[in-house]
Structure formats: C-alpha cells, structure tokens
Design a binder for this molecule. Structure first.
Ligand code: SF4
Length: 372
C-alpha cells in the first residue's frame, strides 16, 4: 500500500452515462449479452469514469463485477426488501427504526447501480418509498425531538444538485435537536469529480459545520482500486470543508471476498482519514444470489483481514442489518457463532448476546438456530 498524498486537482471533466450495452466502448460480447438480458429486470447505469477503471481483458475484474450485470442475478433467490425497511417507514421517504436516527430517502437514483444493491427495489417502477415532497419528512423530524441524527440516503443524495440538496441540509440542521447530518453516498467512488469541482457543496458543508451541526460523509468504497487519485481528492475536499468521512461496504463475492483486498481497503481508508465503520454481510436480496457469501466464510475473511490491520483500522465491525437491528458477528468457533445486537429496534434487545449453532451454509440471521 502506498501512502496517499494530496494531488493537484485535474481540470473539470463531465462524465457520460450509459444505460445500454451498445453505448459502452470495448465491452465484451458476453458482458453485453448479460447486460441486455438482466437490465430488463434490474436497472443498469454506469458512467465512463467508472467503466474506465475496468480491465476488460480480465473476466473476473472486481470493478466489472460491481457494475456489469451477471446472468445469475435472474436466479430466484431472496426478497426485494430483505430487512423489511417498509416496516420502519413512518412517512413517505422517512425510516425511523432506532430512536435517535432517521433515514431520509432523498433520491431514487444513483450515479451507477451496484449489482448487489439491497435497495434495488427503489430503481424499479411503481416504487413510492423515496420522498418527492419532503414537507412530511421535515414535519416528522421536527416533531420527534429524540432524533439527533439524520442520514440522507436513497439512492444517492449526491446525485441531487447542491441547489436541491442545500435546502434539505439547512432545514434539518436548523432543528435544535439535530446534531449530526450524514450523507450516505457512493459518488466518491462513481463520480468523484462531482465533489471535487463543486464549491457550493464545500460551502454548504462549511456553513453547516460552522453553525454547529456535524456533517459526516458515509462513503462507500468496496475495493481499493476505486480509491483513485480523483477519489482521494474528493475525500480531502469534503474533509477540508469540515466534514468527517467514514467508509462502509458489504462483503461481495468476486469483489472483496479476499482478506488481502479487505486489509488494503481498511488500511488505505484509515490513511485517508476515512476509517472503515462497518463491513456488512450481504442481505438476502432478490437478484443478489451471485454476490452473496455464507456468513461463517464472510466472518473468517473479515477476521483474517482485521487481524492484519493496525489498531485504528480494527475499529470496523462486521454486522448484519437485520429487520430486528444491527447484529454484530463477534466470533465463530467450531461449534458456535457469537452475535451481539449493536443496535436493536426493540430496546430490550440492545446489547443482547446470542449464541447460535455453527452453520457453514447459513447466509443470514434467520437461517441460524439460537442455542443461548
Ligand atoms: S450506491 Fe448504494 S443505493 Fe446506489 S446502487 Fe449502490 S448500493 Fe444501491
């Protein structure tokens, strides 16, 4: 791993978006056929900046795997809303699962679509989960003074122009009980130039922080190859404006199911001042069969990676975002899997430790048998 350094910014560059295979220069025929087939069911979108990171000569290239459809996505597997997010939806566009935190779904698109996305239902027709009019969301949060933390999510909030994002951030930041605004985004990986060039975004962060509300960018890098010079510039741009940055991502078959890759990701993220916050077990989401890894195997990959890391990088937790809460996998031995509620929807479950029978075929909490 090379130590990252600040680089001069490049000249502004506008990315071009592609939705069909025939628009993508150099795409191999098999990839084009899969794209045409799968995109009839699950949306495809990518841009030239990100596609340029792919080595088309390598059929197993992790960046290719992340955005180019795999025919096995069409296997009958999983559910569209695997964590039952619908049950936490309190008004259109707002999920309120844990007392202090509200998720506000502000955008129904992303700069590109990750093939393993657990919210791919948002990109399908007839989805009503994203707020078109945020008035009910503002009213709900204003009324619920226990909410101290707003997570802007989607889709990707940074696909919105800063002109559209700014009043949203300002309105929540003006509520005295809101101390933190988080922006969950994969734009730093998919289109970092959008952040580097946007001085209005830097000003918005600076003004929000100066007025007393912390801003966190929850970045989503899955593989060290996404941490290009431009991506690093994007991270530094928001840090310079006063935002904190952390990284989180799922463990994905063929992308980062390799402890050496994860070690490099965690250590590089720490060196960039963007420590890894969570590594997630993939949710059993419809369309995601080719990307999922059994729970024990995932934990063992994670644990090997973490043991190689410095103390700062070891703060990462490996967790399942289950309908009942965020369940951390804390250990596995020959007989058992040890779990602990890091966050729980039911306050009585907070911090509860659960011991389950080891099952190397299980993918998710619901597949496990609790024994203590
Ligand atoms: S950026 Fe996030 S919401 Fe968008 S496709 Fe990827 S995982 Fe899904």
């Amino acid at each position: 791993m090379t130590a990252p350094r600040r680089q001069p910014q490049r000249l502004p560059l506008k990315v071009r978006y592609f939705r069909t295979a025939d628009q993508i220069p150099g795409i191999p025929r098999d990839a084009a056929e899969n794209l045409d087939l799968v995109s009839q069911k699950y949306a495809f979108r990518a841009n030239d900046y990100y596609l340029d990171l792919i080595d088309w000569n390598d059929p197993d290239d992790p960046i290719r795997r992340l955005v180019i459809p795999d025919a096995a996505e069409l296997e009958d597997w999983g559910m569209l809303d695997a964590s039952d997010e619908a049950a936490n939806t309190v008004v259109q566009g707002v999920q309120h699962k844990y007392g202090d935190t509200a998720l506000v779904l502000t955008a129904a698109t992303c700069a590109s679509y990750c093939r393993y996305c657990f919210r791919k239902r948002l990109f399908m027709r007839h989805n009503e989960e994203v707020a078109r009019d945020l008035s009910p969301a503002f009213a709900y949060v204003a009324h619920h003074r226990e909410i101290t933390d707003i997570l802007l999510t989607g889709g990707d909030p940074l696909v919105l122009s800063t002109d559209r994002l700014s009043p949203i951030v300002k309105r929540f930041a003006a509520m005295p009980h809101v101390g933190t605004i988080r922006i969950g985004s994969k734009i730093p990986a998919f289109n970092p130039q959008r952040i580097v060039d946007d001085e209005d975004l830097h000003d918005l962060i600076e003004e929000t922080v100066a007025a007393g509300t912390a801003v966190y960018l929850m970045a989503h890098f899955d593989h060290p190859r996404e941490l290009t010079e431009m991506a690093q510039n994007a991270i530094w741009a928001v840090q310079d404006a006063g935002a904190h940055v952390v990284n989180q991502c799922p463990l994905i078959r063929g992308v980062n199911d390799d402890d050496m890759v994860l070690t490099e990701l965690f250590e590089t993220a720490t060196a960039l001042g963007m420590p890894q916050y969570y590594l997630f077990q993939g949710r059993p989401t419809a369309g995601n069969a080719p990307f999922e890894v059994p729970l024990v195997e995932s934990f063992e990959i994670f644990d090997r990676a973490r043991r190689r890391c410095s103390g700062l990088s070891r703060r990462v937790r490996f967790a399942m975002s289950h309908a009942s809460g965020k369940i951390e996998v804390v250990g596995v031995n020959e007989q058992h899997i040890f779990l602990r509620y890091h966050r729980a929807k039911d306050p009585d479950l907070e911090s509860r430790v659960i011991v389950c029978k080891r099952d190397d075929e299980a993918y998710w909490f619901d597949d496990l048998e609790a024994v203590g």
